[in-house]
Design a protein around this ligand. Structure first.
Ligand code: MG
Length: 384
């Protein structure tokens, strides 16, 4: 089996999520947006697919970097192909991103799963058949009845837990350009309102503004210790490992989770674990260049006696959750009172992460990543 073609199909679909000037998603009017599907095909007809951001799999990047490495190669040789692309990153003037590595890696895993007739989560280790999800909110906003006030967060968290069945909730609070943001006292008020609304026993987490000072982060962290939060993530610039080491050592009763957006793949995560900069390690397939480096991070975390909490939604991250033992939750979201998360997008026959009434997402016994893509829709809405 040899790889023959690598193609990114661009298509339009409607969305009711809009993005602010800092890139945070909020509810908005329905508009058309563009997605992409990376398709890797082999000479025996086997294909692997993954949905990606169009810019991450732009045609010039496929021509310059991906096709020269993949064309004619054996798709089973993940580590060799990943390293060939990784080593090209340095000389690519920043064009060959970790997100492109991730898209290729995910499509290859989907392909291998389809070829072998096995779900990817089983090929990677197959630790569990289902996992609890936490409801992960959108960032705060100034929409009336949305996520504009601490009371809004409390009301929404109560709905997530008592009506929808989530066993844990994570808040993303207000960030610029929302007026008044960021403000650690507002973050604390929202966290206190959520704790009050869901009671003392529901695990809660916070992902606040990412550029707080040490002083603001410590003040907020101490309040979260009082509220018995499970973790706080990315409250400061993650490039400053010393700041996180300082924060972790000053917050004995709150787990610090990281790094999430920091570059450096498994090497950075190793430095954070060895350097005592966090209590739990973060990875996500789109953050570190795919499933391969994420598995290295999960195993490294296990050898430090740490959990590896998976960042973000989607079939790739869910497969990772199913594969490994040392993770606690699947992150499901982002959620908002005015957005219907359960409704498949136009290019999906079903969402990747359907959740039962007990708050668990089940790993599917289907070959590949377990995405149910509507290929007819994608073909009919093809652009470019
Ligand atoms: Mg985060």
């Amino acid at each position: 089996m040899k790889i023959e073609t690598i193609e990114a199909i661009r298509f339009t679909y409607p969305t009711d999520t809009c993005h602010d000037s800092d890139g945070h998603g909020h509810p908005g009017p329905w508009t058309d947006t563009t997605g992409a599907m990376l398709v890797i095909s082999c000479d025996d007809g086997t294909t692997g697919r993954v949905i990606a951001a169009p810019a991450d799999v732009a045609e010039p990047l496929l021509t310059q970097f991906v096709r020269p490495v993949l064309t004619g190669a054996d798709p089973m040789r993940h580590e060799q192909l990943w390293r060939a692309l990784y080593k090209w990153q340095r000389g690519s003037a920043g064009r060959l991103t970790d997100r492109l590595l991730a898209a290729v890696d995910l499509a290859l895993w989907d392909l291998v799963g389809r070829k072998t007739g096995q779900p990817v989560w089983k090929l990677l280790g197959g630790y569990r058949e289902k996992i609890r999800a936490y409801g992960s909110t959108m960032c705060g906003d100034d929409i009336e009845g949305g996520l504009a006030t601490p009371e809004d967060y409390g009301r929404f968290a109560a709905w997530l837990v008592f009506e929808r069945g989530y066993k844990a909730v994570k808040l993303h609070t207000w960030m610029p350009p929302v007026p008044g943001a960021p403000d650690p006292k507002m973050d604390y008020a929202a966290c206190a309102a959520v704790r009050e609304a869901v009671g003392p026993d529901v695990p809660l987490m916070l992902d606040p503004n990412h550029w707080y000072s040490r002083a603001d982060s410590l003040w907020l962290g101490r309040r979260l210790e009082e509220l018995k939060f499970l973790w706080m993530e990315e409250c400061m610039e993650e490039a400053s490992l010393s700041s996180y080491r300082w924060l972790s050592s000053n917050l004995p009763d709150l787990n610090i989770l990281g790094p999430e957006s920091m570059t450096g793949k498994h090497w950075t995560r190793g430095e954070w674990a060895a350097g005592g900069a966090c209590d739990m390690i973060r990875t996500g397939v789109w953050d570190v260049g795919g499933i391969g480096p994420s598995m290295k991070i999960a195993h490294m975390a296990e050898s430090f006696g740490m959990s590896c909490e998976i960042h973000g939604t989607g079939a790739g991250n869910l497969a990772l959750c199913g594969a490994i033992a040392n993770t606690t939750y699947y992150e499901r979201g982002l959620l908002h009172p005015f957005v219907d998360y359960e409704k498949p997008r136009a290019y999906q026959k079903r969402i990747d992460d359907e959740m039962d009434e007990e708050g668990c997402v089940h790993l599917r016994d289907e070959p590949g990543l377990g995405q149910a893509l509507d290929l007819d829709y994608i073909e009919a809405h093809r652009v470019g």
